[in-house]
Design a protein around this ligand. Structure first.
Ligand code: GLY
Length: 369
C-alpha cells in the first residue's frame, strides 16, 4: 500500500475526508468503522465492479467485524434512471437500513450518483460512503455531493446535493479499467489543470503518458491534485451559486455532443469533456481572451495522449453545427436563455461568462468538423 493522502472537504458540520492510496480497499473496514453505529453496511455496486472487487471489499469489512449485504446493478449509463433507482431504494429498505446506518456506493460515476441520490431520500436521508472505482469518479463525481439520475429530458435532471461521509479512492482499482475508460477519466483530470493550475497542466504534459501506462505514483499525484482543487472549489461554493461552475469547463459543448450521440459508447463523458475543453479554449481565443498558443497546447496534449480532439474523431454522423448549438440551449445550466460558458484567459485561468454570442460559438463548431 502507498502512503495515504487525505484531503478534507471543508463543509462545516458536513465536512469529510477523501483518502487516496493504492490498496486502500483492504483498509475499508478500519476506515468505515468509526462512522458506524452498528457493524453493518449495505453496499450497492454494478455487476462489472462487483465481479472484480466486491469479495475483496467484503473481506476487508469482515476483518473489522462489519457485516455487509450487496446489490449489483447492471453496468452502464442506462442504470442511472427511475427503474434501477426504485430497485436500489426498495432493496435498501428490504435490508432495513435505518437513519443512522451507512450505505456504500462502490463503483464509477453512475453508481456513485444513483446510490448517493438513493441515500439522500431514503428515510429522508441516510449517510453514505463513496468508494469510487473509475478515474472519473475518483477525481470528480465522488467528491462534492452532487447526486442524481437522468430523465428522458436530459442528464442529471433529477437529484439532490447530499455529501458523503467519507470517500475512499483506491488507485490500485484503476488497473482494471480499459484504456479507453481510463483515458475518458483523464479528460476530467486535464480539466483541472486547464481551469485553475497551469503548473499541474505542465506536469500532465510531462507525466501523462506514464500515468496512462500505469505509473502508480503518478496516478496518485494526479488524483490528489484533482481532488484538492475540487475540494477547494466545493468548499467555497457547495451548491454552484458561483465558482463551482468552473468545474463545468468543456461541459456545455460536451453535453450537446453527448445528447447528439445518445449518451452511449460513441462518446464517453470524459471524452466529451476533453473535446469540450479544446473547443472552450478555441472559443476563448476567438473572443480575443487568450492567445492562439493556448488552444493549440490543449489540443497537442490531448493528441499526445491518444484522445479524441475533433468532432471528426467521434464515430458516426453528427448533427450540424446549428443543431449542436440548439442542443446547448437545452443545457440545464442556461440562465435566462443566455448561453453560459466557462472561458479562459490562458491555461489555468478560467472564468464564468454568462452572455457568449451565439454566432461565435457557431463558427467554432463549424470549424471543428
Ligand atoms: N462535476 C461538476 C461538479 O461536481 O460540480
Amino acid at each position: 500500500m502507498t502512503a495515504t493522502d487525505t484531503i478534507r472537504v471543508e463543509l462545516g458540520a458536513r465536512a469529510y475526508d477523501v483518502r487516496i492510496a493504492d490498496g486502500l480497499i483492504d483498509r475499508a473496514g478500519a476506515e468505515v468503522a468509526p462512522l458506524l453505529r452498528r457493524k453493518r453496511v449495505a453496499i450497492v455496486t454494478d455487476e462489472t465492479v462487483g465481479a472484480l472487487h466486491l469479495a475483496r471489499l467484503q473481506a476487508a469489512l469482515s476483518a473489522s467485524g462489519i457485516d455487509s449485504a450487496a446489490l449489483a446493478l447492471p453496468p452502464g449509463e442506462a442504470t442511472k434512471a427511475w427503474p434501477q433507482f426504485q430497485t436500489c431504494v426498495e432493496w435498501l429498505l428490504d435490508q432495513k437500513v435505518e437513519r443512522k446506518d451507512l450505505v456504500i456506493a462502490f463503483g464509477g460515476g453512475v453508481i456513485g450518483d444513483l446510490v448517493g441520490f438513493a441515500a439522500s431520500v431514503l428515510r429522508r436521508g441516510v449517510g453514505f460512503v463513496q468508494i469510487p472505482t473509475s478515474l472519473l469518479a475518483q477525481v470528480d463525481s465522488s467528491v462534492g455531493g452532487k447526486t442524481g439520475i437522468n430523465a428522458p429530458q436530459g442528464k442529471n435532471l433529477i437529484g439532490a446535493f447530499h455529501q458523503p461521509g467519507l470517500v475512499l479512492a483506491d488507485i490500485g482499482l484503476l488497473g482494471t479499467l480499459t484504456p479507453r475508460d481510463f483515458l475518458s477519466g483523464y479528460g476530467e483530470v486535464v480539466k483541472y489543470g486547464l481551469l485553475g493550475d497551469e503548473a499541474f497542466f505542465e506536469w500532465l504534459e510531462t507525466n501523462g503518458p506514464a500515468l496512462a501506462q500505469g505509473d502508480v505514483a503518478a496516478r496518485q499525484y494526479a488524483v490528489r491534485r484533482s481532488v484538492e482543487m475540487k475540494a477547494e472549489i466545493v468548499a467555497r461554493d457547495e451548491t454552484e451559486e458561483g465558482d463551482r461552475a468552473l468545474l463545468n469547463l468543456g461541459h456545455t459543448f460536451c453535453h450537446a455532443l453527448e445528447k447528439a450521440t445518445g449518451y452511449g459508447d460513441r462518446l464517453l463523458h470524459g471524452e466529451g469533456v476533453a473535446i469540450g475543453c479544446g473547443l472552450a479554449f478555441e472559443l476563448s481565443q476567438r473572443l480575443g481572451l487568450c492567445s492562439q498558443e493556448a488552444p493549440s497546447r490543449v489540443r497537442a496534449h490531448l493528441r499526445a495522449m491518444g484522445m479524441k480532439v475533433d468532432l471528426s474523431d467521434i464515430p458516426g454522423e453528427l448533427p450540424s453545427a446549428e443543431v449542436l448549438l440548439d442542443l446547448m440551449g437545452q443545457d440545464k445550466k442556461v440562465i435566462d436563455g443566455k448561453l453560459r460558458f466557462i472561458l479562459a484567459r490562458g491555461i489555468g485561468q478560467s472564468f464564468v461568462a454568462s452572455d457568449v454570442p451565439a454566432d461565435v460559438v457557431l463558427a467554432v463548431l463549424r470549424d471543428a468538423f
